[in-house]
Design a protein around this ligand. Structure first.
Ligand SMILES: [Zn+2]
Length: 357
């Protein structure tokens, strides 16, 4: 049974990686030039995405109006829905706030000139690719096998090895690094030299082709750690990257987007969708450019994972995040519901929004 589930997951991850590569390659073809990741991010924020992440465009022209008018407003189509959903209740418009002191303690695990330096949008932290995958405890940086990996911060290597049969994580070094053994293949974990609120911070890299460090090595930010591969439960080459807080195990992950600055010139939106104070799991959140309104893509709020859970930030208590957006004004909507917010994205900043009641 477990073996079958792993096999299914392998296939799913393979498809995921292929989809991600398809997106990237498609973007390259469209651009007709060697697109660097920053440019690709700009395309993400200004152009309609590829078919892999684009739901059908709503037919109706969407016009946001101030709350005072209480004008019924059509909603964008939820992903996987055959027709646009029209909500007759008024939209609630709220604006965001810049997060004053983001804990940007790490860089990206790949070099700035790597083919892809932004996380795969189809399988962001806490999401399930619309129910097809296990809840994701990290981010995927999809790049060819052999792409160098680098230390995201100063620290000490506490795990470096193959998890096929070994339990190398946890405080005693005897817990599985992933959901179980044989999950991340060749895996490396750095314990950051810098703690956060008196809690240890860990950065995990999974599926390496080659490991270039050993346990006990002291590394500086930017030091080489090894190469991207597809060991463990991954057929397509990528690095699975996690941030863990407090304890180095699968139950203590946090959203890496909140720990690394947006790529240069970009910003990010982090948000919380709740009802009666409880986070709503698996809701579809759609991102639009404002003025003129232009649908970009949609994501899920963090899904339920019975064990272990994916965690929100201790302070923000978020359940979704849009990484690496071009600066400007956006509209964030909960699909099928009246909640929406106008949000300004600024370079280098996280903008926090709260939706729901
Ligand atoms: Zn992953």
């Amino acid at each position: 049974m477990v073996s079958n589930q792993r096999t299914i997951l392998q296939i799913i991850l393979a498809i995921s990686a292929c989809i991600a590569f398809g997106c990237i390659c498609g973007a390259f073809a469209i651009a007709g030039l060697a697109v660097q990741s920053g440019t690709f991010a700009a395309m993400l924020a200004t152009a309609t995405p590829t078919a892999t992440i684009t739901p059908p465009r709503p037919q109706a022209t969407i016009t946001l109006r101030p709350v005072a008018t209480r004008t019924p407003t059509p909603e964008p189509a939820p992903v996987n829905s055959p027709a646009p959903a029209i909500t007759r209740t008024p939209i609630v418009i709220r604006s965001g706030r810049i997060v004053a002191n983001p804990h940007f303690l790490v860089t990206r695990p790949v070099a700035p000139n790597a083919p892809t330096i932004h996380p795969a949008l189809t399988y962001l932290y806490g999401t399930t690719a619309r129910g097809d995958y296990d809840v994701h405890h990290g981010e995927e940086f999809v790049n060819p096998t052999g792409t160098p990996l680098y230390a995201v911060a100063d620290g000490t290597i506490i795990v470096a090895g193959d998890d096929t049969t070994a339990r190398m994580c946890g405080d005693d070094g005897r817990r599985a690094c992933g959901r179980d053994i044989n999950f991340y293949g060749n895996v490396v974990v750095i314990q950051l030299a810098q703690a956060f609120n008196n809690q240890r911070v860990f950065a995990l890299y999974g599926h390496l082709n080659r490991i270039g460090v050993k346990v006990g090595d002291v590394v500086k930010q930017g030091d080489a750690l090894g190469e991207i591969g597809m060991t463990g439960i991954a057929v397509g080459p990528h690095v699975h990257f996690e941030i863990r807080l407090g304890i180095n195990d699968y139950a203590h992950t946090r959203n890496p987007i909140l720990w690394m600055p947006p790529i240069p010139g970009r910003g990010a939106i982090v948000g919380r969708f709740s009802e009666k104070g409880v986070l709503v799991r698996g809701a579809i959140i759609a991102l639009w450019r404002a003025d003129p309104e232009n649908f970009i893509y949609s994501i899920e709020t963090y899904s339920r994972d019975d064990y272990p859970p994916v965690n929100s930030d201790d302070e923000l208590q978020e359940n979704f995040a849009f990484p690496d957006l071009a600066p400007g004004e956006y509209i964030v909507r909960v699909s099928g519901q009246q909640y929406a917010a106008r949000v300004v994205v600024e370079p280098g900043k996280l903008t926090f929004i709260e939706l729901g009641q």
